[in-house]
Design a protein around this ligand. Structure first.
Ligand code: RUB
Length: 369
């Protein structure tokens, strides 16, 4: 991703590791400021995940892996038993940050498994290598998703997306936005409707910003406007990301995704989910097994923005003591999904069989299965 930092355009990932330091773009202050956070400990990285300085299923998966690597480095001078206890506690701290995106849990298990044999120094080395491998696996999956999904985009296509499943959410091209990036590079001309995505406004703050950096034509629309455009026949396809996909294809993604899928079906608009193998959770039979994160009422009561003096500040938009419910994700039943755009190609119905064939135990890398 190309980003202007302190007046210089740099090509960087949304999160990366430099030894024991985890660095990431602070997504809480985008698009008004580009700040790179430097997190020194696994606790700081866990806080960054919880507070959504980094977000998106892939982004928190890689950050979680880096957090485990930090914990391993922090405990490298300890005897094996103490090292293991320290690592397990750190892994639990990171597990507790956000419950819905399965990438976080897969990444932690991969790192712990890779560091389960040999001397302490050998384990530290394996965990750090595994964390870096997870980031590289995501980058490779993201490129393939882009290539496979670009085939669905035609000249003149009008595409609707929800939340942010771009380079900020998933290394290094994103999931839902990767096909758009690839199609644009292929010279196709198309148009993107960007859902605002209340309450945190990931569409308004992040997706619109990413598309603007890439010069891809787009318009930001209010969440409530998606049905209006679909009913008028002005949307040709929907592409969203995912936080966890059950074995039957039920898909957890940012709150509001379900509504978009139902409206898409009502209007005959294909609804695609772009996601890598790591986001499929075959231990969940269906969407009822997916834990839905409920976040702070503050996300509904306040908005962040830049005032006319250029100050980034938080303002309250509700009356004091307003009663709030704030589920962060919903589950779209598989019957509304036209297909999954994955690194292994487009997965079409019947989903149960085809998902198992693509990402079942036998075919998942040993580290994830
Ligand atoms: C992000 C969200 C995204 C998926 C996509 O929610 O719902 O659509 O995470 O994931 P949040 P990815 O902003 O609350 O983390 O593109 O990383 O696979």
């Amino acid at each position: 991703m190309r980003v202007m930092i302190d007046g210089v355009t740099r090509s960087i990932r949304s999160v990366w590791r430099e030894g024991s330091l985890v660095k990431m773009i602070d997504q809480r202050v985008l698009p008004h400021r580009v700040i790179v956070l430097e997190l020194k400990t696994h606790s700081e990285t866990a806080d960054a995940i919880r507070d959504m300085a980094v977000r998106g299923a892939g982004g928190i998966g890689v950050s979680a892996a880096y957090g485990v690597a930090q914990a391993a480095i922090e405990a490298k001078g300890r005897p094996l038993k103490e090292f293991t206890t320290y690592l397990d506690n750190a892994a639990e701290t990171i597990r507790m940050t956000r419950p819905t995106a399965v990438n976080l849990f897969h990444s932690i298990e991969r790192c712990l498994k890779s560091g389960s044999k040999g001397s302490v120094s050998r384990r530290v080395e394996s965990i750090c290598n595994e964390a870096d491998a997870i980031a590289l696996d995501d980058i490779s999956a993201s490129e393939k998703i882009g290539f496979n999904g670009a085939a669905l985009i035609k000249n003149g296509s009008r595409i609707l997306t929800h939340c942010n499943a771009g380079a900020l959410a998933y290394l290094d091209l994103g999931t839902a936005l990767s096909p758009l990036r690839v199609a644009y590079k292929e010279g196709k001309s198309f148009f993107v409707y960007v859902d605002e995505t209340r309450p945190r406004s990931q569409g308004a703050k992040l997706t619109a910003w990413e598309l603007q950096q890439e010069n891809i034509p787009y318009a930001l629309i209010a969440d409530n406007a998606a049905g209006y455009y679909m009913m008028r026949g002005e949307v040709d396809l929907v592409i969203v990301g995912a936080d966890r996909i059950a074995a039957n294809g039920d898909t957890a993604n940012k709150i509001g995704t379900y509504e978009k899928a139902v409206i898409a079906r009502e209007n005959g608009v294909p609804f695609y989910v772009a996601a890598p193998g790591i986001t499929f959770d075959l231990s969940c039979r269906d969407g009822f097994g997916i834990e839905i994160e409920v976040r702070s009422p503050d996300e509904m009561n306040y908005v962040w923005g830049k005032d006319d003096e250029g100050m980034v500040r938080r303002v309250r938009i509700t009356a004091e003591e307003t009663n709030v419910l704030n589920p962060s994700f919903d589950v779209t039943p598989a019957k509304y999904v036209t297909g999954f755009i994955t690194e292994k190609g487009l997965i079409c119905p019947p989903f149960k069989k085809n998902i198992r064939e693509a990402f079942g135990r036998a075919t998942l890398p040993d580290r994830i299965a």
